[in-house]
Design a binder for this molecule. Structure first.
Ligand code: NAD
Length: 241
């Protein structure tokens, strides 16, 4: 018996990085996994690498129509959706004084509105099923302020708030909603951030890996976490300790 046997999962932003690592872990634990992303070539390549139980879907998380098509398509094909990982996100390194309204709106649209649409579309289906686990990927930037990433931090605090609100909303429906707060994780996002030596201030002395985040997301996606709801799970090498 594997940890996600028979479960149907959707992971946004799953073409690479943490989302791809989560897809690999989920598939190894018996789930049927849909990864969605705007990076079509990378998404198809990841699905191909991970095998028959992983399918790529084109999906811009800022688009209401895309969400309806993706969740509706999975429901039509599988009859249910057990797990949603709202993982898609972008990093924007800029102080408030250097953030244009266009940049603000882009960060909020992907990191915050995308999560709202996911909670709404998957939540509707899960509520009818009477079960489901939604895992929202926030950040340590959703636990404290980040002077050099104003919009990003705002969006990740919003994810934390939406997680708690949705957990309360769905608490009698068998649907759980939790947030995960990675610290410095070695993915393309961090490599492309322009931050010199991003892991320099991490107490354990290194960046985390995508697999180390995926292990926590797997626990929250599975029934092992059945009494965890509306809470924050921090994966940061003691950064916020
Ligand atoms: P990543 O850049 O490798 O992956 C993010 C994925 O999201 C990419 O594949 C990207 O194409 C996708 N994406 C971006 N915009 C999208 C959109 N509009 N619709 C659909 N997909 C979209 O980075 P990652 O580190 O794997 O990030 C995963 C999550 O973890 C993000 O939410 C990020 O904010 C969060 N996070 C990352 C770190 C870190 O240090 N890497 C730390 C804390 C939190």
């Amino acid at each position: 018996m594997s940890r996600l046997d028979g479960k149907i999962a959707l992971i946004t932003g799953g073409a690479r990085g943490q989302g791809a690592a989560e897809a690999e872990r989920f598939a190894a634990e018996g789930a049927t996994v849909y990864i969605s992303d705007v990076l079509d070539d990378a998404g198809r390549a990841t699905a191909h690498r991970l095998g028959d139980s992983v399918t790529f879907l084109h999906h811009d998380v800022t688009s209401e129509a895309d969400w309806e098509a993706v969740v509706g398509g999975i429901a039509a094909a599988e009859g249910r959706l057990d797990i949603l990982v709202n993982n898609a996100g972008i990093l924007h390194m800029a102080r408030s004084l250097d953030t244009s309204l266009d940049d603000w709106n882009r960060v909020i649209a992907i990191n915050q509105t995308g999560v709202f649409l996911g909670i709404r579309e998957a939540g509707r289906l899960m509520k009818v099923q009477g079960s489901g686990s939604i895992v929202n990927i926030s950040s340590v930037a959703g636990l404290s302020g980040v002077g050099v990433a104003h919009a990003y931090s705002a969006s990740k605090w919003a994810v934390r708030g939406m997680t708690k609100s949705a957990a309360l909303e769905f608490s009698r429906s068998g649907v759980r909603v939790n947030s995960v707060h990675p610290g410095i994780i070695d993915t393309d996002m961090m490599r492309d951030s322009g931050v010199p030596e991003p892991a320099a201030g991490v107490p354990v002395g290194r960046a985390g890996t995508a697999d180390e985040v995926a292990n926590v997301v797997l626990f929250l996606a599975s029934d092992e976490s059945s009494y965890c709801n509306g809470q924050e799970f921090i994966v940061d090498g003691a950064m916020t300790a």
